[in-house]
Ligand binder design. Sequence first.
Ligand code: PMP
Length: 360
Amino acid sequence: MRVFNFAAGPAALPTEVLEQVRAELTDWQGLGASVMELSHRGKPFMAAAQEAEATLRELLAIPAAYKVLFLQGGATAQFAAVAMNLAAAERTVDYVNTGAWSKKALTEARRLTGRVNVVADEAASNYTTVPEQGSLRPTAGAAYLHYTPNETIGGVEFPYVPDGAGVPLVADMSSTLLSRPLEVARFGLIYAGAQKNIGPAGLTVVIVHEALIGHARAGTPAVWDYKAMADEGSMLNTPPVFAWYVAGLVFRWLKAQGGLAAVGARNRAKAQLLYRTIDTSGFYSNPVAVSCRSWMNVPFTLADPRLDPGFLAESHAAGLANLAGHRSVGGMRASIYNAMPLAGVETLVAFMKDFERRRG
Ligand code: PMP
Protein backbone atom coordinates (compact mmCIF):
# COMPACT_ATOMS: atom_id res chain seq x y z
CA MET A 1 0.00 0.00 0.00
CA ARG A 2 1.28 3.51 -0.84
CA VAL A 3 0.92 6.16 1.83
CA PHE A 4 0.28 9.83 1.23
CA ASN A 5 3.87 10.93 1.68
CA PHE A 6 4.37 14.50 2.92
CA ALA A 7 8.17 14.30 3.10
CA ALA A 8 10.11 17.46 2.23
CA GLY A 9 12.73 15.71 0.15
CA PRO A 10 13.49 13.15 -0.96
CA ALA A 11 9.79 13.41 -1.58
CA ALA A 12 6.93 11.52 -3.18
CA LEU A 13 7.26 10.64 -6.85
CA PRO A 14 4.25 10.04 -9.10
CA THR A 15 3.07 6.45 -8.67
CA GLU A 16 2.68 6.10 -12.45
CA VAL A 17 6.36 6.97 -12.89
CA LEU A 18 7.46 4.45 -10.26
CA GLU A 19 5.34 1.78 -11.90
CA GLN A 20 6.96 2.45 -15.25
CA VAL A 21 10.39 2.30 -13.61
CA ARG A 22 9.46 -1.05 -12.06
CA ALA A 23 8.17 -2.40 -15.36
CA GLU A 24 11.39 -1.61 -17.20
CA LEU A 25 13.86 -1.92 -14.35
CA THR A 26 15.57 -5.12 -15.45
CA ASP A 27 14.95 -4.86 -19.18
CA TRP A 28 14.94 -1.32 -20.51
CA GLN A 29 13.77 -0.81 -24.09
CA GLY A 30 14.22 -4.51 -24.83
CA LEU A 31 17.97 -4.21 -24.28
CA GLY A 32 18.03 -6.98 -21.69
CA ALA A 33 19.67 -4.66 -19.17
CA SER A 34 18.68 -1.90 -16.78
CA VAL A 35 19.22 1.74 -17.67
CA MET A 36 21.58 1.67 -14.68
CA GLU A 37 23.77 -0.90 -16.38
CA LEU A 38 24.35 0.81 -19.70
CA SER A 39 26.89 3.30 -20.96
CA HIS A 40 25.86 6.91 -20.68
CA ARG A 41 27.47 7.39 -24.09
CA GLY A 42 25.45 4.64 -25.76
CA LYS A 43 22.66 5.63 -28.14
CA PRO A 44 19.75 4.53 -25.90
CA PHE A 45 20.81 6.59 -22.90
CA MET A 46 21.87 9.58 -25.02
CA ALA A 47 18.39 9.57 -26.59
CA ALA A 48 16.69 9.37 -23.18
CA ALA A 49 18.89 12.16 -21.84
CA GLN A 50 18.12 14.39 -24.81
CA GLU A 51 14.41 13.69 -24.56
CA ALA A 52 14.47 14.62 -20.86
CA GLU A 53 16.10 17.94 -21.67
CA ALA A 54 13.73 18.63 -24.55
CA THR A 55 10.68 17.92 -22.40
CA LEU A 56 11.98 20.13 -19.60
CA ARG A 57 12.62 22.91 -22.11
CA GLU A 58 9.09 22.53 -23.42
CA LEU A 59 7.50 22.50 -19.95
CA LEU A 60 9.28 25.68 -18.86
CA ALA A 61 9.47 27.25 -22.33
CA ILE A 62 13.20 27.69 -21.77
CA PRO A 63 14.62 30.14 -24.34
CA ALA A 64 17.36 28.84 -26.65
CA ALA A 65 19.97 31.13 -25.05
CA TYR A 66 19.87 29.04 -21.88
CA LYS A 67 21.90 25.90 -21.23
CA VAL A 68 20.32 23.11 -19.24
CA LEU A 69 22.82 21.13 -17.17
CA PHE A 70 22.25 17.83 -15.38
CA LEU A 71 24.78 17.83 -12.56
CA GLN A 72 25.54 16.17 -9.23
CA GLY A 73 26.28 17.42 -5.73
CA GLY A 74 22.80 18.74 -4.94
CA ALA A 75 21.79 22.33 -4.48
CA THR A 76 24.50 22.57 -1.84
CA ALA A 77 27.20 22.15 -4.47
CA GLN A 78 25.54 24.94 -6.43
CA PHE A 79 25.86 27.28 -3.46
CA ALA A 80 29.59 27.17 -4.23
CA ALA A 81 29.45 26.60 -7.99
CA VAL A 82 27.41 29.77 -8.53
CA ALA A 83 30.08 31.89 -6.85
CA MET A 84 32.95 30.09 -8.60
CA ASN A 85 31.36 30.47 -12.04
CA LEU A 86 29.72 33.87 -11.87
CA ALA A 87 31.93 35.97 -9.63
CA ALA A 88 35.62 36.75 -9.66
CA ALA A 89 36.94 36.81 -6.08
CA GLU A 90 36.86 40.62 -5.90
CA ARG A 91 33.32 41.05 -7.28
CA THR A 92 30.45 41.90 -4.95
CA VAL A 93 27.71 39.29 -4.81
CA ASP A 94 24.25 40.14 -3.43
CA TYR A 95 22.17 37.79 -1.30
CA VAL A 96 18.65 37.99 0.08
CA ASN A 97 18.25 36.18 3.40
CA THR A 98 14.75 34.79 3.87
CA GLY A 99 15.61 31.81 6.04
CA ALA A 100 17.58 28.63 6.54
CA TRP A 101 18.40 27.85 2.91
CA SER A 102 19.33 31.35 1.84
CA LYS A 103 21.55 31.54 4.91
CA LYS A 104 23.34 28.35 3.87
CA ALA A 105 23.78 29.67 0.35
CA LEU A 106 25.32 32.96 1.48
CA THR A 107 27.47 31.24 4.09
CA GLU A 108 28.95 29.07 1.37
CA ALA A 109 29.54 32.10 -0.85
CA ARG A 110 31.49 33.70 2.01
CA ARG A 111 34.00 30.86 1.76
CA LEU A 112 34.76 32.02 -1.77
CA THR A 113 34.49 35.77 -1.61
CA GLY A 114 34.85 38.45 1.01
CA ARG A 115 32.29 40.60 -0.74
CA VAL A 116 28.97 39.01 0.11
CA ASN A 117 26.44 41.79 0.51
CA VAL A 118 23.18 40.87 2.22
CA VAL A 119 20.75 43.25 0.54
CA ALA A 120 17.78 42.19 2.67
CA ASP A 121 17.39 40.05 5.77
CA GLU A 122 13.99 39.10 7.14
CA ALA A 123 15.27 38.48 10.69
CA ALA A 124 12.89 41.12 12.10
CA SER A 125 9.88 38.96 11.23
CA ASN A 126 11.69 35.80 12.29
CA TYR A 127 11.75 34.85 8.61
CA THR A 128 8.00 34.78 8.13
CA THR A 129 8.05 37.38 5.36
CA VAL A 130 9.88 38.26 2.14
CA PRO A 131 11.04 41.75 1.22
CA GLU A 132 8.25 43.93 -0.09
CA GLN A 133 8.02 43.96 -3.85
CA GLY A 134 10.10 46.76 -5.31
CA SER A 135 12.18 47.20 -2.15
CA LEU A 136 15.26 45.21 -3.14
CA ARG A 137 18.18 47.36 -4.25
CA PRO A 138 20.90 45.29 -5.89
CA THR A 139 24.45 46.65 -5.66
CA ALA A 140 25.47 48.37 -8.90
CA GLY A 141 27.96 46.12 -10.65
CA ALA A 142 27.27 43.08 -8.47
CA ALA A 143 28.02 39.77 -10.19
CA TYR A 144 24.56 38.47 -9.30
CA LEU A 145 21.63 38.73 -6.89
CA HIS A 146 20.88 35.40 -5.22
CA TYR A 147 17.57 34.55 -3.56
CA THR A 148 15.55 31.53 -2.49
CA PRO A 149 12.07 31.72 -4.06
CA ASN A 150 10.78 29.04 -1.69
CA GLU A 151 12.21 28.36 1.75
CA THR A 152 11.58 24.66 2.26
CA ILE A 153 11.90 24.78 6.05
CA GLY A 154 10.20 28.10 6.81
CA GLY A 155 7.46 27.65 4.22
CA VAL A 156 8.01 31.19 2.94
CA GLU A 157 7.69 31.90 -0.75
CA PHE A 158 8.18 34.97 -2.92
CA PRO A 159 4.87 35.88 -4.59
CA TYR A 160 6.84 37.83 -7.21
CA VAL A 161 10.10 37.67 -9.16
CA PRO A 162 12.50 40.38 -7.92
CA ASP A 163 13.84 42.93 -10.35
CA GLY A 164 17.60 42.55 -10.61
CA ALA A 165 17.90 46.04 -12.13
CA GLY A 166 20.52 44.76 -14.56
CA VAL A 167 22.15 42.41 -12.04
CA PRO A 168 21.60 38.76 -13.07
CA LEU A 169 19.11 37.02 -10.84
CA VAL A 170 20.19 33.64 -9.42
CA ALA A 171 17.49 31.50 -7.82
CA ASP A 172 17.65 28.37 -5.69
CA MET A 173 14.42 26.80 -6.88
CA SER A 174 15.02 23.42 -5.24
CA SER A 175 11.56 23.26 -3.70
CA THR A 176 9.51 25.19 -6.24
CA LEU A 177 10.79 24.53 -9.76
CA LEU A 178 8.04 22.95 -11.92
CA SER A 179 5.31 23.75 -9.39
CA ARG A 180 3.77 26.30 -11.80
CA PRO A 181 4.71 28.22 -14.96
CA LEU A 182 7.83 30.34 -14.77
CA GLU A 183 9.31 33.09 -16.92
CA VAL A 184 12.84 31.76 -17.27
CA ALA A 185 14.00 34.86 -19.16
CA ARG A 186 13.79 36.88 -15.93
CA PHE A 187 16.67 34.84 -14.49
CA GLY A 188 20.37 34.56 -15.14
CA LEU A 189 20.57 31.17 -13.46
CA ILE A 190 18.15 28.76 -11.81
CA TYR A 191 19.21 25.66 -9.91
CA ALA A 192 17.38 22.89 -8.12
CA GLY A 193 18.22 19.65 -6.39
CA ALA A 194 16.01 17.00 -7.99
CA GLN A 195 14.56 15.31 -4.94
CA LYS A 196 11.34 17.32 -4.65
CA ASN A 197 9.65 17.98 -7.97
CA ILE A 198 12.11 16.47 -10.45
CA GLY A 199 13.18 12.96 -9.55
CA PRO A 200 15.55 10.97 -7.33
CA ALA A 201 18.22 12.64 -5.22
CA GLY A 202 21.63 12.76 -6.83
CA LEU A 203 20.69 14.93 -9.77
CA THR A 204 20.83 18.72 -9.83
CA VAL A 205 19.31 20.75 -12.64
CA VAL A 206 20.93 24.06 -13.61
CA ILE A 207 19.38 26.40 -16.17
CA VAL A 208 21.84 29.14 -17.04
CA HIS A 209 21.99 31.92 -19.61
CA GLU A 210 24.89 31.31 -21.96
CA ALA A 211 26.27 34.81 -21.36
CA LEU A 212 27.05 33.80 -17.77
CA ILE A 213 29.17 30.77 -18.58
CA GLY A 214 32.79 30.61 -19.62
CA HIS A 215 33.97 33.03 -16.92
CA ALA A 216 34.70 30.61 -14.07
CA ARG A 217 37.43 31.78 -11.76
CA ALA A 218 40.85 30.14 -12.09
CA GLY A 219 41.07 26.87 -10.25
CA THR A 220 37.41 25.94 -10.63
CA PRO A 221 37.27 22.15 -10.85
CA ALA A 222 36.06 20.98 -14.26
CA VAL A 223 33.02 19.19 -12.85
CA TRP A 224 31.85 22.49 -11.34
CA ASP A 225 32.64 24.57 -14.39
CA TYR A 226 29.37 25.28 -16.23
CA LYS A 227 31.15 25.87 -19.54
CA ALA A 228 33.09 22.61 -19.34
CA MET A 229 29.91 20.75 -18.45
CA ALA A 230 27.81 22.48 -21.12
CA ASP A 231 30.42 21.70 -23.78
CA GLU A 232 30.22 18.01 -22.85
CA GLY A 233 26.42 17.84 -22.66
CA SER A 234 26.69 17.32 -18.86
CA MET A 235 28.74 14.19 -19.59
CA LEU A 236 32.22 15.38 -18.82
CA ASN A 237 32.18 12.48 -16.40
CA THR A 238 29.63 9.74 -15.76
CA PRO A 239 26.29 11.42 -15.03
CA PRO A 240 23.71 10.02 -12.58
CA VAL A 241 22.07 7.96 -15.30
CA PHE A 242 19.25 6.47 -13.26
CA ALA A 243 18.19 9.79 -11.74
CA TRP A 244 18.36 11.49 -15.14
CA TYR A 245 16.20 8.76 -16.70
CA VAL A 246 13.60 9.01 -13.90
CA ALA A 247 13.57 12.80 -14.23
CA GLY A 248 12.76 12.33 -17.91
CA LEU A 249 9.76 10.17 -16.95
CA VAL A 250 8.62 12.80 -14.43
CA PHE A 251 8.84 15.52 -17.11
CA ARG A 252 6.75 13.36 -19.44
CA TRP A 253 4.25 12.79 -16.62
CA LEU A 254 4.02 16.55 -16.06
CA LYS A 255 3.23 17.03 -19.71
CA ALA A 256 0.54 14.39 -19.52
CA GLN A 257 -0.93 16.23 -16.50
CA GLY A 258 -1.57 19.19 -18.77
CA GLY A 259 1.73 21.01 -18.31
CA LEU A 260 2.67 23.55 -15.67
CA ALA A 261 -0.42 25.74 -15.94
CA ALA A 262 -2.64 22.80 -15.02
CA VAL A 263 -0.19 21.55 -12.39
CA GLY A 264 0.08 25.05 -10.92
CA ALA A 265 -3.71 25.39 -10.62
CA ARG A 266 -3.85 22.08 -8.76
CA ASN A 267 -0.99 23.08 -6.47
CA ARG A 268 -2.67 26.36 -5.62
CA ALA A 269 -5.95 24.55 -4.79
CA LYS A 270 -4.11 22.04 -2.58
CA ALA A 271 -2.31 24.79 -0.66
CA GLN A 272 -5.46 26.89 -0.27
CA LEU A 273 -7.39 23.96 1.17
CA LEU A 274 -4.68 23.29 3.74
CA TYR A 275 -4.18 26.93 4.77
CA ARG A 276 -7.95 27.43 5.02
CA THR A 277 -8.16 24.45 7.35
CA ILE A 278 -5.35 25.84 9.51
CA ASP A 279 -6.73 29.38 9.60
CA THR A 280 -10.31 28.40 10.41
CA SER A 281 -9.27 26.16 13.29
CA GLY A 282 -8.48 27.52 16.70
CA PHE A 283 -6.03 24.69 17.13
CA TYR A 284 -3.53 24.74 14.24
CA SER A 285 -1.44 27.70 13.23
CA ASN A 286 1.02 28.75 10.54
CA PRO A 287 3.27 31.72 11.31
CA VAL A 288 3.96 32.89 7.74
CA ALA A 289 2.56 36.19 6.41
CA VAL A 290 -0.46 35.32 4.26
CA SER A 291 0.96 36.94 1.11
CA CYS A 292 4.07 34.77 1.09
CA ARG A 293 2.91 31.35 2.17
CA SER A 294 4.49 28.49 0.30
CA TRP A 295 2.42 26.34 -2.05
CA MET A 296 4.86 23.51 -1.54
CA ASN A 297 5.85 23.37 2.15
CA VAL A 298 3.25 24.10 4.81
CA PRO A 299 4.60 24.20 8.37
CA PHE A 300 2.04 24.23 11.15
CA THR A 301 1.94 23.83 14.91
CA LEU A 302 -0.62 22.39 17.27
CA ALA A 303 -1.99 24.54 20.11
CA ASP A 304 -0.28 22.23 22.61
CA PRO A 305 3.06 20.72 21.52
CA ARG A 306 2.52 17.87 23.97
CA LEU A 307 0.00 16.57 21.45
CA ASP A 308 2.64 16.37 18.68
CA PRO A 309 3.63 12.72 19.28
CA GLY A 310 -0.01 11.65 19.25
CA PHE A 311 -0.69 13.63 16.06
CA LEU A 312 2.27 12.02 14.34
CA ALA A 313 1.46 8.49 15.46
CA GLU A 314 -2.21 8.74 14.55
CA SER A 315 -1.64 10.43 11.21
CA HIS A 316 0.92 7.79 10.33
CA ALA A 317 -1.55 5.05 11.22
CA ALA A 318 -4.07 6.78 8.92
CA GLY A 319 -1.67 6.53 5.96
CA LEU A 320 -0.42 10.12 6.21
CA ALA A 321 3.35 9.80 6.43
CA ASN A 322 6.26 12.08 7.26
CA LEU A 323 4.43 15.07 8.72
CA ALA A 324 7.06 15.88 11.36
CA GLY A 325 8.48 19.39 11.01
CA HIS A 326 12.13 20.01 10.21
CA ARG A 327 14.42 18.97 13.05
CA SER A 328 15.44 22.62 13.57
CA VAL A 329 11.87 23.89 14.16
CA GLY A 330 9.67 21.00 15.33
CA GLY A 331 5.91 21.07 14.91
CA MET A 332 4.54 19.73 11.65
CA ARG A 333 5.24 20.31 7.99
CA ALA A 334 3.22 19.04 5.07
CA SER A 335 5.19 19.13 1.84
CA ILE A 336 2.73 18.96 -1.02
CA TYR A 337 4.80 18.82 -4.18
CA ASN A 338 3.48 17.94 -7.63
CA ALA A 339 3.18 14.22 -6.90
CA MET A 340 0.83 14.80 -3.93
CA PRO A 341 -2.70 14.44 -5.27
CA LEU A 342 -5.55 16.64 -4.05
CA ALA A 343 -6.98 13.49 -2.42
CA GLY A 344 -3.91 13.38 -0.17
CA VAL A 345 -4.52 16.92 1.08
CA GLU A 346 -8.24 16.19 1.47
CA THR A 347 -7.41 13.15 3.58
CA LEU A 348 -4.97 15.22 5.65
CA VAL A 349 -7.45 18.02 6.38
CA ALA A 350 -10.16 15.48 7.31
CA PHE A 351 -7.68 13.89 9.71
CA MET A 352 -6.69 17.29 11.15
CA LYS A 353 -10.32 18.24 11.80
CA ASP A 354 -11.04 14.90 13.41
CA PHE A 355 -7.91 15.12 15.58
CA GLU A 356 -8.84 18.62 16.71
CA ARG A 357 -12.38 17.44 17.60
CA ARG A 358 -11.07 14.54 19.65
CA ARG A 359 -7.95 16.01 21.25
CA GLY A 360 -8.13 19.76 20.83
N1 PMP B 1 18.01 24.68 -1.10
C1 PMP B 1 16.75 24.38 -0.77
C2 PMP B 1 15.68 25.42 -0.95
C3 PMP B 1 16.45 23.12 -0.25
O1 PMP B 1 15.20 22.82 0.09
C4 PMP B 1 17.49 22.17 -0.10
C5 PMP B 1 17.24 20.78 0.42
N2 PMP B 1 16.14 20.56 1.15
C6 PMP B 1 18.78 22.55 -0.44
C7 PMP B 1 19.01 23.81 -0.96
C8 PMP B 1 19.93 21.60 -0.31
O2 PMP B 1 19.82 20.66 -1.31
P1 PMP B 1 20.77 19.39 -1.43
O3 PMP B 1 20.49 18.55 -0.23
O4 PMP B 1 20.30 18.79 -2.71
O5 PMP B 1 22.16 19.87 -1.47
